[in-house]
Design a protein around this ligand. Structure first.
Ligand code: SAH
Ligand code: SF4
Ligand code: F3S
Length: 444
């Protein structure tokens, strides 16, 4: 029988996509996927260290494998991703979990196959070089149809003071436009309907290649394809979000009118300490420009509370910015102290009770705003791209251009189809609707 693998993924979409590359490497070596760790011949952890709880999760789950490994010594355990690339992390892993076979950093992902071979020769393998691999791509094994992620760049140069990413992902490296376009075209030819371009700050795409070919130009070039598909991107840093990108969103039908624009905070003093390089007023001006040029456009955000020295007044500035920007939804986080970052050294770390109280108030406001912005949907027809069928509930799930989830019933297979549904209920963050027009194939 084929050897089997299990991949456990933490963290952002970048990591989810990199797990598809890990899967690609394992498929090339004849492994197939399994869902039960007891059946696995190799278990790969693709870790995240953006916040302490992400790390604790991974540590807990790796620790839990000790028994399994004792019962089945041939099981290979590999740990990769951002956590391993932190200073001293490989050593810590080796000490805490001596049963781990392979540790590979973010710069060494495409070497996983070779590391497995090395391990087979009897050596424990730790490879966490700082030297970025020269954009050596690994083949992706995707199970996300009709959606697909495509990396356009790696790394980050921004060094926001709270953030570990620049330390564990290295400096910005952009793929060439030809390479990106070829991958996107291949996916569209294969029938994918939604492409999400990934980078820590897509606005600096190409800067490391002399800046002759920019991100808005990349969008233009991809959108010369005339068939129906959706194009999304993550993430755009507000500091270099500007008119050219707004133009590309407005002019290209396929680019979704939804922009994820992480603001982090509403107080200029905190934004400065965070090294975000924009003020609340500048941010709001860009939001206004976008809404004016792209009518109906929605904005989502990332917001953090409890950054060092944040006062009640600073926090209230965040609340009022949330209202003023009219975020559709937002990911909300409690600041987590990351060793090695500038903010970790700052005086005035905020007590946990205060952080908790603030995050609760923020979440309440964001949810209320989402509910309010959902109300006008009732009775409306929206177009969703159907992504999945939930057999247990007997419903299909799709998303509209703005990322809103809608559920509906159908007798036919709708996955991968753009369908119109009429919204009958808008409770919470999801919408319930009825199919307006039957299309799709026979459900298996
Ligand atoms: N490159 C993206 C963000 C990637 S990290 C950008 O700049 O927009 C995703 C989110 O995690 C960030 O937007 C931030 O809100 C949050 N985050 C990053 N570091 C954090 C920390 N130390 N504590 C809490 N949240 C953090
Ligand atoms: Fe982190 Fe800032 Fe880079 Fe985003 S832009 S990954 S928040 S350092
Ligand atoms: Fe992503 Fe976590 Fe790394 S958010 S870039 S997987 S630290």
């Amino acid at each position: 029988m084929d050897k089997q693998y299990l991949i456990v993924t933490y963290g952002c979409q970048m990591n989810v996509h990199e797990s598809e590359k890990i899967a690609g490497i394992l498929h090339e070596r004849g492994y197939t996927e399994c869902t039960d760790s007891r059946d696995a011949d190799i278990i790969v952890f693709n870790t995240c260290c953006i916040r302490e709880n992400a790390e604790n999760h991974a540590y807990g789950n790796i620790g839990a494998l000790k028994k399994l490994k004792r019962a089945k010594p041939s099981l290979l355990i590999a740990v990769g991703g951002c956590m391993t690339q932190q200073e001293g992390a490989a050593e810590k892993l080796r000490r805490k979990f001596p049963f781990v076979d392979i540790v590979f950093g973010t710069h060494n992902l495409s070497r996983l196959g070779e590391l497995i071979d090395l391990r087979a020769k009897g050596k424990k393998v730790v490879e966490v070089t700082e030297q970025p691999e020269l954009l050596r791509e690994a083949p992706s094994f995707r199970t996300s149809y009709p959606n697909a992620w495509v990396n356009i760049m790696y790394g980050c140069n921004n060094f926001c003071s709270y953030c570990i990413v620049p330390y564990v992902r290295g400096r910005e490296r952009s793929r060439t436009p030809d390479e990106v376009v070829a991958e996107v075209n291949g996916l569209l030819n294969a029938g994918y309907k939604e492409i999400t371009l990934l980078g820590q700050n897509v606005n600096s795409y190409g800067n490391d290649r002399g800046g002759a070919f920019t991100f808005p130009q990349l969008l233009d070039r991809i959108c010369t394809r005339k068939e129906k598909f959706r194009l999304r991107f993550m993430t755009s840093n507000p500091k270099d979000f500007g008119e050219e990108l707004i133009r590309a969103i407005a002019e290209n039908e396929q680019v979704c009118d939804l922009v994820h624009l992480p603001v982090q905070a509403g107080s200029d003093r905190i934004l400065r300490l965070m090294n975000r390089k924009y003020t609340a007023a500048e941010y709001l001006k860009k939001v206004e420009m976008l809404k004016k040029r792209v009518p109906g456009c929605q904005i989502t955000s990332d917001i953090m509370v409890g950054f060092p020295t944040e006062t009640e007044e600073d926090f209230r500035a965040t609340l009022s910015l949330v209202k003023e920007a009219g975020f559709f939804t937002a990911f909300t986080f409690v600041y987590s102290r990351r060793s090695g970052t500038a903010a970790a050294q700052m005086e005035g770390q905020i007590p946990e009770e205060v952080q908790k109280e603030r995050i609760m108030r923020l979440v309440e406001l964001v949810n209320a705003q989402t509910r309010e912005l959902s109300l006008p949907y009732r009775g409306k027809e929206i177009e969703v791209l159907c992504e999945d069928y939930d057999a247990a509930k007997g419903v299909y799930l799709g998303r509209d251009e703005y990322g809103r989830m809608g559920y509906f019933k159908s007798e036919r297979d709708q996955v991968g189809e753009f369908v119109k549904i009429k919204i009958s209920d808008t409770s919470g963050v999801s919408l319930t609707g009825e199919l307006v027009e039957e299309k799709g194939g026979v459900r298996e």
